[in-house]
Write a protein that binds this ligand. Structure first.
Ligand code: NBP
Length: 481
């Protein structure tokens, strides 16, 4: 046995992660892939890595020093289960199996429980940053036991991205905590992308600027408080021309957004936890809406506003600044909602998650990396049990500064017939959560009317019901418990 770490699954993610591991001082990496070709190819192309190839699970286990540590990078779902089963057969108590794929966190909870019975540690680790991140430094969100973290921590720290001198990895929490946090990361990514897309659409349709000109706007925004990887790549995409037609590439790309399911998982989970992640939900639904061409065709003749949308020449700069402020405010809402979901998940599943540490490990390596995350880290450093991220002083100030512009943009979009579901729902969330009184009181009245679901009163304790089908007097309801 000569390798301190192994990788199973040598498709693009696994081979890049293996190369990243091998490039770090002190690591010798064992590699295994179900079909031999990928292993042969990797060994041939990267002799410098000093890989220890294995061509069966037994040989793979024998090539690892104990406690054996292996990272699985195969297709999520049944293939991951198959690999785990094979590793459990050849590994021993104390060894560590890491699933670095995009697993759904309930699967990770189930797998951790099952594998633990054999005395082997199982760690579900969310890995963000795509192929490039896997090779040069991803953001890593590991769950699993404290015991496995002792061995795994130094290895993962050695390959993670570095932001402001700190590696972008932390032990998120037990069992499925890492994959849960990775899921919410992806949900926030959906919201962030949709918000940027809405900003682009409004500027384009309101000002008639070309994609290349709007690329300049985004490049400028990237110098300020919106500075982020997603804003940066947006400018690059908008500046790109299609080689074949000479048109802006964004105009020849089919306008139907795909999804691999992590946005939907985030929303489904939020629904069961009762957390309103409306920005993430709208972003996920916006992708679904775009991908129903038959319905879009059927709706194409539905009437829109009578007048076209054109910002007066003299107002263009002010409008673009309004859109920037609306984007920033909506982004604060999306992140606040995402962190709310992590907090609720931690409570539900008994994970001790340090929200400030999560914001820090997202500062590098991952798709939502941004300056902004430092502000989130500051907010949690100041008040670790912050009930609502967006109410922290820094964000409250930004929302206050942006809210008038945000409203103008949402109104302009509605009047112009330009869809802005993420801008609009974020603003509604903002107004809802800060409201003194909500019409939820009426909803309670309706629920009591048709279902005797009872209500509470603002002026005294207890639970009440009005005898709606009788004389409509109010009675104190007996608590079911
Ligand atoms: P894929 O998701 O395309 O999976 C291909 C790998 O799975 C191959 O090595 C294949 O072996 C192996 N495999 C399959 Br399929 N069934 C298997 C089985 N029953 N037993 C053993 N191995 C099996 O690879 P990828 O695109 O590199 O992604 C790997 C993981 O990383 C996935 O979970 C994915 O969701 C995740 N991912 C994350 C990011 C990110 O940004 N974090 C990006 C892309 C992917 P073979 O060569 O023998 O067919």
């Amino acid at each position: 046995a000569s390798a301190n770490i192994g990788v199973v699954g040598l498709a693009v993610m696994g081979s890049n992660l293996a190369r990243n591991l091998a490039s770090r001082e002190g690591n010798t990496v064992a590699v295994y892939n179900r079909s031999r070709e990928k292993t042969d190819e990797l060994i041939a192309e990267h002799p410098e890595a000093g890989f220890v190839p294995a061509f069966g699970y037994r040989e793979f286990a024998d090539s690892l020093t104990t406690p054996r540590t292996a990272i699985i990078m195969v297709k999520a779902g049944a293939p991951t289960d198959a690999v785990i089963d094979s590793l459990v057969e050849v590994f021993e108590p104390g060894d560590i199996i890491v699933d670095g794929g995009n697993a759904y966190f309930p699967d990770t909870i189930r797998r951790e429980k099952a594998v633990r019975e054999s005395g082997i540690n199982f760690v579900g680790a969310g890995i963000s940053g795509g192929e490039e991140g896997a090779l040069n430094g991803p953001s890593i969100m590991p769950g699993g036991s404290d015991e496995s973290w002792v061995t795994l921590g130094p290895i993962l720290r050695s390959i993670a991205a570095v932001a402001e001198g700190e590696p972008c990895v932390t032990h998120v929490g037990h069992d499925g905590a890492g994959h849960f946090v990775k899921m919410v990361h992806n949900g926030i990514e959906y919201a962030d992308m949709q918000l940027i897309a809405e900003a682009y659409d409004l500027i384009r349709r309101g000002t008639g600027k070309s994609p290349a000109e709007i690329a300049d706007v985004f490049a400028e925004w990237n110098q300020g408080e919106l500075e982020s990887y997603l804003i940066e790549i947006t400018a690059e995409v908008l500046r790109q021309n299609d080689a074949e037609t000479g048109l802006p590439l964004v105009d020849v790309i089919l306008d139907q957004a795909g999804a691999k399911g992590t946005g939907a998982w985030t929303v489904q989970t939020a629904l069961s936890l009762g957390v309103p992640v409306s920005g993430i939900a709208e972003a996920t639904f916006a992708r679904s809406l775009s991908s129903h061409p038959e319905q879009r065709e059927a709706a194409a003749d539905l009437p829109g506003p009578d007048e076209g949308f054109a910002v007066a020449a003299g107002d263009v700069d002010a409008f673009i600044e309004d859109v920037r402020l609306a984007l920033y405010a909506s982004k604060i809402v999306a992140y606040s909602q995402g962190f709310d979901e992590i907090r609720a998940g931690a409570t539900e599943y008994g994970w001790n998650i340090d929200l400030g540490a999560i914001s820090k490990i997202w500062r590098g390596g991952c798709i939502i990396r941004a300056q902004f995350l430092n502000r989130i880290a500051d907010a949690y450093a100041e008040t670790p049990d912050l009930p609502l991220l967006m109410a922290a002083p820094y964000f409250a100030e930004a929302l206050g500064r942006g809210q008038a512009a945000w409203r103008r943009v949402v109104v302009a979009a509605a009047e112009a017939g330009i869809p802005s579901p993420a801008f609009g729902s974020s603003l509604s969330y903002y107004d809802g959560i800060r409201a003194d009184r909500l019409p939820a009181a009426l909803v309670q009245g309706q629920r009591d009317f048709f279902g005797a679901h009872t209500y509470k009163r603002v002026d005294k304790d207890g639970t009440f019901h009005t005898l709606w089908s009788g004389d409509r007097t109010e009675i104190e309801a007996v608590d079911a418990h």
